[in-house]
Write a protein that binds this ligand. Structure first.
Ligand SMILES: CCCCC/C=C/C(=O)SCCNC(=O)CCNC(=O)[C@H](O)C(C)(C)COP(=O)(O)OP(=O)(O)OC[C@H]1O[C@@H](n2cnc3c(N)ncnc32)[C@H](O)[C@@H]1OP(=O)(O)O
Length: 414
């Protein structure tokens, strides 16, 4: 008996179809992701289509899914909420029938873009996609809160991070690779939480890195679209409070902190990573970029104070004011990076060092870090406060709004 297995994408989901050619007859097995039983039907293929249609979500499934959304314990984030919104509208009203909102009406424009992008997707398919999305959300949010049992390796219930602890090293890895590890609001909170936990755990050192080809692309620019009832002023105020607290966590972090960058590092995550780490290791393909002016913004993470001290005022101006992108080699020559390794041996070289550092007496390392940092701590907190206050104003400027709108309209393909 010949057996062939084909994966077919049918617009709304992937079906696995197994063809079994037996003597004198043929049968098709269809495996549906959300269906436990295998359907076994015979040719003609038109029957396959009819069977699939019968599997579509009923109105009841759709209503259940809507109720399930209200019960989600964690906020699934803006992108998912936009997808849910657009599928809901398509399923209930059909193709987008609203006039396009103005460019500054960021939230309604993002909603409109998402709905409009669904084009003429049939209502039934939208309903099915909605049900599937809610079902995948419910299971992923449940499973992600499970803690790996048994070993001394921890991977706690973070949505946007992978945190592990072994051999005296706690590794905090930004884990939104499909979004180039952009920091959404949840990630800011989770990093603060992970840093606080790492400061109290029994590891000797803490390492920060990113999953995928970008260490981080900086602040998630869709953060700017979730406007609270108090309007953009309240949004900017909340952003400044969040940023101040976030950077404050790095300033106060008591243990040796090591940034490990195989890849590109933009914006917000760059300043704390480079300005406060004891050591920064980079692969020779890593780059460092602070496009504050391009985004109508101003320096954060105390970079307005630490960078001119580490580099020189002139070099810091090139980076912070003109947004010059540095290669790893340039960043190392200017003192922002401790050491650069060839990409091919990077992991091995860095792990060798980290393991050796983690064996040093932890209290001695803490005290040494404290004595280096304490003289500057008060100053760093004051600079942080000033930078956040300036940024709060920048976020309300046309320059900043236009830059964000440009980025979002470039990516309006939800
Ligand atoms: C509240 C505190 C605020 C503190 C102030 C902080 C300031 C900063 O952090 S300034 C730096 C802000 N970051 C940026 O300006 C980078 C924006 N991103 C890009 O320019 C590009 O995405 C790229 C150069 C980083 C990568 O380009 P490319 O390789 O072509 O990949 P894509 O653009 O297709 O990105 C894939 C996917 O990821 C989304 N994404 C990437 N970066 C961000 C971001 N910063 N914010 C939101 N989303 C981001 C991108 O939109 C794509 O998503 P999909 O379209 O859904 O696939």
């Amino acid at each position: 008996m010949d057996k062939h297995s084909i994966l077919v994408c049918m617009g709304w989901e992937q079906l696995e179809i197994r063809l079994q050619k037996c003597e004198g007859w043929e049968q098709i097995e269809i495996s549906l992701p959300n269906c436990s039983s295998l359907q076994v039907i015979s040719f003609p293929v038109v029957q396959l289509h009819l069977n699939r249609t019968a599997m579509r979500a009923s109105q009841k499934d759709f209503e259940n899914a809507m109720n399930q959304v209200k019960l989600l314990k964690k906020d699934p984030g803006n992108e998912v909420k936009l997808k849910l919104y657009s599928l809901y509208k398509q399923a209930t009203e059909g193709p987008c029938n609203m006039p396009k909102p103005g460019v500054f009406d960021l939230i309604n424009k993002a909603k409109w873009d998402a709905w409009n992008a669904l084009g003429s997707l049939p209502k039934e398919t939208a309903r099915q996609n909605y049900v599937d999305l809610v079902s995948s959300l419910s299971s992923s949010l449940e499973s992600s809160s499970q803690v790996e049992p048994g070993t001394d390796r921890k991977s706690t219930g973070y949505e946007t991070l992978m945190v592990t602890s072994e051999d005296g090293i706690t590794k905090i890895m930004l884990n939104r690779p499909t979004k180039k590890n952009a920091l959404n609001v949840e990630m800011y909170h989770e990093i603060m939480h992970a840093l606080k936990a790492a400061s109290k755990d029994d590891s000797a050192i803490t390492v920060l890195t990113g999953n995928g080809d970008y260490y981080s692309s900086g602040n998630d620019l869709t953060n700017f679209t979730d406007i609270p009832p108090g309007g953009v002023e309240e949004k900017a105020k909340n952003g400044a409070v969040l940023l101040r607290e976030f950077v404050g966590c790095f300033i106060d972090f008591p243990k040796p902190l090591i940034a490990w960058s195989m890849s590109s590092l933009w914006g917000i995550f760059r300043s704390p990573s480079l300005g406060y780490s004891i050591a920064v290791y980079a692969s020779d393909r890593a780059t460092f970029h602070t496009p504050f002016s391009h985004l109508g913004q101003s320096p954060e993470g105390c970079s307005s104070y630490t960078f001119p001290k580490i580099m020189s005022p002139a070099k810091a101006t090139e980076m912070l004011v003109f947004g010059k992108k540095l290669t790893a080699g340039e960043a190392c020559a200017q003192g922002l990076v401790t050491e650069v390794f060839p990409d091919s041996t990077f992991q091995k070289e860095v792990w060798t060092r980290l393991k050796a550092f983690a064996k040093l007496p932890p209290n001695a390392m803490r005290i040494s870090k404290e004595i280096i940092r304490n003289r500057e701590k008060e100053k760093l907190h004051a600079v942080n406060a000033e930078e956040c206050s300036v940024l709060q104003g920048r976020w309300l400027s046309d320059e900043c709004m236009n830059a964000v709108v440009n980025f979002l309209s470039r990516k309006s393909k939800l």
